[in-house]
Ligand binder design. Structure first.
Ligand SMILES: *Cc1c(COP(=O)(O)O)cnc(C)c1O
Length: 398
């Protein structure tokens, strides 16, 4: 029997999802407007409005909507000038999309460990890698072990918390590397008072169903470089040079967002601050409830950061807790509460680990072993959150 056809008995607890979308505000009106006007496809006023709204929100002049965040990353790498056989530096802990996007561009990801405090790409590791493992060959930065050109660094703002883009961008500048920021998990977050996405050469956002605002599926590229934005717009719309004669200057992609999706996006962005406030309230309640549990360590917010706490995550210290992270997830599942581990570190992923050699990433490994992401939907009720808290406290301490 699948979950959807299972009948609920009165004693069965209500399911609490990990992160469900919160559709509200003008969503119905704007989507209906598309349907009524027949502007449902890949051009339309809502696409333009959605792009302008993201540009405004991030303070980055140019925004190009895409079909999803992975496509945004792919095209961002292309317009940044990443070429086949280049290397691109990524954090070892992330959802797999940015590593896949690097391979779509026929380049190679190099994974560096994250730092233990806020779990983001470690600027100190980045500097050590560039100084110790790369060298300048006739004006080109090359990795000594492979001889390949190192072209860009692709930090990820993980779990709603910004990476230290200020430090990363400065190190990148010294080594003439481009910075492509994967801000897909962290729209609304700030690094030293500046919106994520604004401190990089190019940045990407995602509007997948579990992100802080959603279009069902969607993405965005932002950049201050108008030529790169124009190139991104060209590549995402099949690289059409002559719309009448259908002349295409290169191999392009059908990566454009539809007006229908953008209409939902415009309505969702109007709710962004409400969603961020809800995520932060949920995070505060969890962190307060877990304050006295020495075997459990909640995610933190750096003094220089404003986090959205997109996916509220705790580390279970299995040497002190009564359960491991995976046993806690199973215990929650048996009460119909959805929780999950963090992603398999990319230097261990069968999809990528074989390709090239990677340094040890002990912090990413530990976060993978101990991490548990707890339910944190924007619409999570206080009563449901209390159920999660009670169960975690009960299992951890026993
Ligand atoms: C969600 C996400 C993406 C993009 O995902 P799409 O589903 O393609 O929109 C990219 N990188 C990271 C780190 C993500 O979490």
């Amino acid at each position: 029997m699948t979950d959807s056809v299972r009948t609920l008995t009165p004693s069965e607890p209500r399911a609490i999802p990990l992160a469900a979308p919160a559709i509200g505000g003008n969503a119905w009106a704007y989507v209906k407007d598309c349907l009524d006007s027949n502007w449902v496809s890949s051009v339309g006023a809502y696409v333009d409005r959605f792009e302008a709204q993201i540009a405004d929100r991030t303070g980055v002049p140019c925004a190009v909507a895409t079909v999803n965040g992975t496509a945004a990353l792919h095209v961002a790498l292309l317009v940044a000038g990443v070429e086949p056989d280049d290397e691109v530096i990524l954090p070892a802990l992330s959802f797999i999309a940015p590593a896949n996007a690097v391979r779509y561009a026929a380049a190679w990801p190099v994974f560096l460990d994250v730092e233990p405090d806020y779990w983001q790409l470690d600027p100190a590791r980045l500097a050590a890698f560039l100084i110790g493992e790369c060298r300048d060959v006739n004006g080109t930065l090359r990795r000594i072990a492979t001889g390949r050109r190192v072209r860009a660094v692709l930090p990820v703002d993980l779990l709603g918390h910004p990476c230290d883009i200020t430090a990363i961008a400065e190190i990148a500048r010294e080594h003439r590397l481009l910075v492509i920021e994967d801000a897909t998990e962290s729209l609304g977050a700030l690094c030293r008072g500046r919106a994520v996405g604004s401190g990089a050469d190019i940045a990407c956002f995602s509007f997948n169903g579990n992100k802080i605002v959603t279009t069902g599926g969607g993405g965005m590229i932002v950049t201050g470089d108008a030529a790169r934005a124009a190139r991104a717009r060209y590549l995402t719309t099949q690289a059409k040079d002559d719309p009448v004669e259908f002349v295409h200057g290169t191999v392009g992609y059908n990566y454009r967002l539809t007006n229908l999706q953008a209409a939902l996006g415009v309505a969702q962005l109007e709710q962004l601050d409400v969603h961020v406030a809800a995520k932060r309230r949920i995070a505060r309640a969890y962190t307060t409830a877990f304050r006295d549990l020495a075997c459990l360590r909640p995610m933190r917010e750096a003094p220089w950061a404003f986090s959205t706490f997109w996916m509220y995550t705790i580390l279970v210290d299995s040497s002190r807790a009564a359960v491991t992270s995976r046993a806690l997830i199973a215990a929650l599942a048996s009460e119909r509460i959805q929780a999950r581990p963090l992603w398999q570190p990319l230097h261990r992923s069968p999809a990528h680990a074989r390709d090239t050699s990677h340094a040890a990433c002990p912090v990413a490994d530990r976060l993978h072993r101990d991490g548990v992401t707890l339910p944190c939907s924007v619409g999570l009720t206080e009563a449901d959150q209390q159920r999660v808290i009670d169960l975690v406290v009960d299992r951890i301490a026993r």
